[in-house]
Design a protein around this ligand. Structure first.
Ligand code: NDP
Length: 496
């Protein structure tokens, strides 16, 4: 907010520009009222105020955003992609990043145990690239058909209107593919210290395509240069009361101070041949690609150096969508990605209206030539007098075959294939558990026990068996914390 208001402020007006003579007193019959219908100013103010809220995002409602840029540092990206933002070392592409918590409402506390959204928009000269990721490399489910069910468990109980650990653990214990993400969520990284001290991941696999049409599968990693820093359960809980907007304040203040947060931008790549030979499905969103087999390749740096001027205009109205990739990039067979390709623009059309892409924060910074016209809140020139159909003989924008998608072969029977059949849900969560220090394991188990304490016994037992399959020490630790005899549980499970 400006500290020193200007000496000669502009004359206030109504929305229609009529100068306002008195913004303190309603128009009334005598000093004691009543108000008369002629009070255009009062009614305009009340009507606008009543309409200030737009639908809250169903997920990722609470967020913070900032502008910055990506600078390419890799001289050999042409091997992987023809995307313009990677075309030269030192090439700078403006970007906007919105961080968020996922399950809570717009007023929820920033230090809740929750994944964090890490949604980037790169304004490239060939359109926007939206890298709509999280601070975790995996997700709870691998089939988008389960997304609504899963999110309901993170929201409020339909009767009590309270968050319900019983709903969460019921769903997770019946969905073993969630174990990897559950392990990350209940580790120290489930309560990051603000947004500057965490990594970002595309989580999904995407593709990079070079000028020869050759394809590599890719996963994006954004490694914080500030260092990983997390709250522990107790300090996160204390901060929820002390400063529910901790992460927003931390990000805004750091940028205002000139302490610009930075991330190393890295990728993991896999050839099509390697993907075919991969022991697990490399497009499964519940799996990572081990670093040893697919080491990180550093390709540049992302820096955030400018706070938005207006939160609603630039952060609340920001709309990201994984379908926004640029020439030289493509999608992958990840079914969760396909679900998101459809659902994100659908959510924006509902929340912001069909012309959401024309809002300043979402508008590409390159020329846009479409034949879309009209729709609610069309506040630009709507294409002016230019033709609104194609083909036309009026010189309107035309397709350019240079940008055709690279052909790709697919095969298989159309069916509702069982995504759990033959899938190993335990090795990778076990690997994560095993790489934690004894103190980190103790905190992980303590966080889980704290969350599961009031959950029905049958759900606790079902979930402990999953922890045990990932690593016996993991199962034993949670069982001990909940006062459950692990040997008896394992014996009963073996008989069942
Ligand atoms: P590595 O030892 O090469 O990598 C381990 C990774 O785990 C590092 O990226 C590290 O991040 C990250 N990590 C450490 N603690 C946590 C935590 N509490 N929550 C989430 N990530 C954490 O091993 P692998 O590549 O073979 O992977 C082993 C396991 O590490 C995986 O099963 C997975 O659970 C986890 N992991 C793997 C990632 C990958 O892309 N391969 C990415 C993130 C996690 P940092 O370097 O930033 O400290």
């Amino acid at each position: 907010m400006a500290q020193n208001p200007p000496q000669n402020p502009a004359t206030m007006t109504t929305d229609a520009g009529r100068p306002v003579g008195d913004n303190q007193n309603s128009l009334t019959v005598g000093p004691r009222g009543p108000v008369v219908f002629d009070d255009f100013l009062l009614f305009e103010k009340m009507a606008h105020f009543n309409r200030e809220r737009i639908p809250e995002r169903v997920v990722h409602a609470k967020g913070s955003g900032a502008y910055g840029a990506f600078t390419c540092s890799h001289p050999g990206m042409a091997r992987y992609t023809s995307a313009a933002l990677f075309s030269a070392v030192g090439k700078r592409t403006p970007a906007f990043l919105r961080f968020s918590t996922v399950g809570g409402e717009k007023g929820s506390a920033d230090t809740e145990r929750d994944p964090r959204g890490f949604a980037l928009k790169f304004y490239t000269e060939e359109g926007n690239w939206d890298m709509v990721g999280n601070n975790t490399p995996v997700f709870f489910i691998r089939d988008p058909l389960k997304f609504g069910d899963f999110i309901h468990t993170q929201k409020r109980d339909p009767q009590t209107n309270l968050k319900s650990p019983a709903m969460m653990w019921d769903f997770w214990s019946l969905s073993p593919e969630s174990l990897h993400q559950v392990t990350i969520l209940f580790s120290d990284r489930g309560t990051p210290d603000g947004y500057r001290h965490m990594n970002g991941y595309s989580s999904h696999t995407f593709s990079l395509i070079n000028a020869k049409g050759e394809l590599h599968w890719v996963k994006w990693h954004f490694k914080t240069r500030q260092g990983i820093k997390n709250f522990h359960r107790e300090s996160a809980a204390a901060m929820r009361g002390q400063d529910p907007d901790y992460a927003q304040r931390d990000l805004y203040d750091a940028i205002a101070r000139g302490e610009f947060p930075r991330w190393r931008v890295c990728m993991q790549v896999m050839t099509e041949k390697q993907a075919d030979a991969c022991a697990f499905n490399p497009f499964d969103l519940t799996k990572v690609w081990p670093h040893k087999a697919h080491p990180l390749i550093e390709v540049g740096e992302l820096v955030l150096d400018r706070n938005p001027e207006n939160y609603f205009a630039e952060v609340e109205q920001a709309a990201f969508e994984p379908r926004n990739v640029v020439p030289g990039m493509g999608y992958s067979p990840d079914k969760m990605l396909q679900g998101r390709l459809i659902s994100y623009p659908d959510a924006h059309r509902y929340r912001l209206g069909v012309n959401y892409d024309a809002l300043p924060v979402n508008r590409p910074q390159c020329p846009v030539h479409t034949y879309h016209r009209d729709g609610s809140m069309r506040f630009d020139g709507n294409g002016g007098a230019a033709p609104n159909y194609e083909p036309n003989s009026l010189g309107g924008p035309a397709q350019n075959p240079a940008y055709r998608e690279t052909p790709r072969a697919v095969s298989g029977n159309v069916d509702r294939h069982d995504h759990r059949a033959g899938n190993d849900d335990y090795t990778q969560p076990g690997n994560l558990f095993r790489l934690m220090s004894p103190a980190e394991r103790e905190r992980l188990i303590g966080n889980i026990v704290d969350s599961m304490r009031g959950v029905p016994r049958a759900i606790q037992e079902r979930q402990i068996l999953h922890f045990h399959r990932a690593d016996p020490a993991y199962g034993a630790g949670v069982a001990r914390g909940l006062g459950i005899e692990i040997e008896a549980l394992l014996a009963a499970a073996a008989k069942a």
